[in-house]
Write a protein that binds this ligand. Structure first.
Ligand SMILES: Nc1ncnc2c1ncn2[C@@H]1O[C@H](COP(=O)(O)OP(=O)(O)OP(=O)(O)O)[C@@H](O)[C@H]1O
Ligand SMILES: [Mg+2]
Length: 429
């Protein structure tokens, strides 16, 4: 058994699923129709909403409680239509005649299919919905991609919203009691607030700050500082690029406790993605080049007054240059230090293999395992020796994977940061 709380405390019965009562009830009602031998008019449900709110858990809990075989397929892990048909198509047609094993098919990350060029996946899925003889539960974070329209029509749409703070606190409290951990309400409330309704990350954070201890106080929250900072930087970047005035762009950096050089690099790195128009882009680079010169002088000659000019130029100059926006939402890229981490092929390979092992155990795709779970597992393994061993056994990590998760990462992050700073300095002088 895993010692990861998200998995240990995954709802075992539908009644354990917190929040989103209407959608939970509607799902149960839909399943009952199948059980009465009258397949509902809509043969598929589409459970949609943000990460970590119980979509996958609901289906698994229902399956467990009512004796179903839950067959999980990750849409984003498919190579091609043929493979999808092989997995989903086959089983969706084998309704059991004797009723011995009942099946639910879960197709997770349906939105991942829409993003790909080949429309074949959507068409195949659409046909499977028409033909299925077993309940089909589709899951997506964002179901509104136009390419998903034909699927939406055929599904009972069930929305899952972020959980309310009180719901998150309540669940954390239950977990604390089951683990025998003493923790003040204030800490759980803070964790709930930070999670923004994502119970998975709240539970992960809680386990991370607990670090195997039985008494946790507010000081433990400090361990989460780094994670917060990354999020703050994302927010700041979004504000910089979307600002309508220099003042607003400059304000985005207020209160941000990050090295200015670092922020500069992040703005620079994101500029080509966020500014699609070539002439806008030229203007933005012009502003960045000017700010670069000023920052170099701040660094070299300690001319601090130049900061007052560098900041509005590198923020406002970029924001005002952005007269055209990309069509659709373009993600901000992860801070370069993290990207650097993934930049050698050996390391990428290692991370992929780790992510696959996590995905196989935790009902996630490999991409989600990478972004949602790997950092926590790494944190927990690095900070709690005993847990680390248990985790290594559970996931069947190899020795080099364990070494990487236990500490290689932190060390390399720092080196990567240092190297970048050095190279930027070198460029300037
Ligand atoms: N509503 C909930 N009730 C109880 N536990 C929950 C709930 N939502 C999330 N959890 C906890 O968080 C973990 C992850 O939840 P789950 O896999 O259901 O998220 P999800 O909505 O499917 O997210 P994603 O879109 O990232 O797949 C669960 O194992 C469970 O521990
Ligand atoms: Mg899920």
């Amino acid at each position: 058994m895993t010692e990861l709380w998200v998995e240990k405390y995954r709802p075992k019965r539908v009644a354990d699923v917190v929040g989103n009562k209407e959608s939970v009830d509607a799902f149960v009602k839909w399943m009952k129709q199948w059980e009465l031998g009258r397949p509902p008019e809509k043969r598929a449900v589409l459970l949609y909403g943000p990460a970590g709110v119980g979509k996958t858990s609901l289906v698994l809990a229902y399956g467990k409680e009512h004796g179903y075989d839950v067959i999980e397929v990750n849409a984003s892990d498919w190579r091609d239509e043929a493979r999808m048909k092989a997995v989903v198509g086959e089983s969706s047609l084998q309704a059991t005649l004797d009723g011995s094993t009942r099946k639910i098919i879960v197709v997770d990350e349906v939105d991942g299919v829409a993003g790909r060029e080949d429309a074949g996946g959507i068409a195949a899925l659409s046909r499977i919905i028409d033909e299925t003889r077993v309940p089909l539960a589709l899951i997506a974070n964002n179901p509104w991609d136009p390419k998903l329209a034909p699927i939406r029509e055929k599904c009972l749409m069930l929305e899952f919203r972020r959980l309310r703070k009180a719901e998150v606190v309540k669940r954390l409290r239950e977990i604390a009691e089951m683990e025998g951990v003493k923790v003040p309400d204030a800490v759980l409330e803070k964790l709930a607030e930070m999670s923004e309704g994502d119970l998975r990350s709240a539970i992960n954070d809680f386990q991370a700050i607990t670090g195997g201890r039985k008494i946790v106080d507010e000081k433990a929250l400090e361990a989460l500082g780094a994670r917060n900072r990354v999020k703050e930087i994302f927010d700041a970047l979004r504000m910089v690029f979307n600002a309508k005035s220099i003042r607003a762009a400059r304000a985005a950096l207020e209160g941000l406790e990050v090295d200015l050089d670092m922020i500069y690099t992040w703005i620079l790195d994101n500029t080509p993605d966020q500014i699609p128009d070539p002439s806008d882009l030229a203007d933005a680079f012009e502003a960045l080049a000017r700010a670069d010169v000023m920052l170099a002088r701040v660094n070299r000659r300690q001319e601090w007054r130049l900061m007052r000019y560098a900041i509005p130029v590198m923020t406002g100059g970029v924001a005002l240059a952005r007269r055209h926006k990309p069509s659709g939402f373009v993600k901000f890229t992860f801070p370069p230090r993290i990207r650097f981490l993934q930049s050698t092929s050996a390391e990428r390979e290692l991370r992929r293999s780790i992510a696959q092992k996590i995905a196989a155990k935790l009902h996630l795709s490999t991409s989600k395992a990478l972004s949602q779970m790997l950092p926590y597992i790494s944190f927990i393994m690095a900070n709690d020796g005993g847990m680390g061993d248990a985790m290594a056994r559970y996931f069947e990590f190899t020795a080099s994977e364990v070494a990487y998760l236990r500490g290689g990462e932190v060390e390399k992050v720092e080196k990567a940061g240092a190297r970048r700073r050095v190279s930027r300095r070198a460029r300037k002088s």
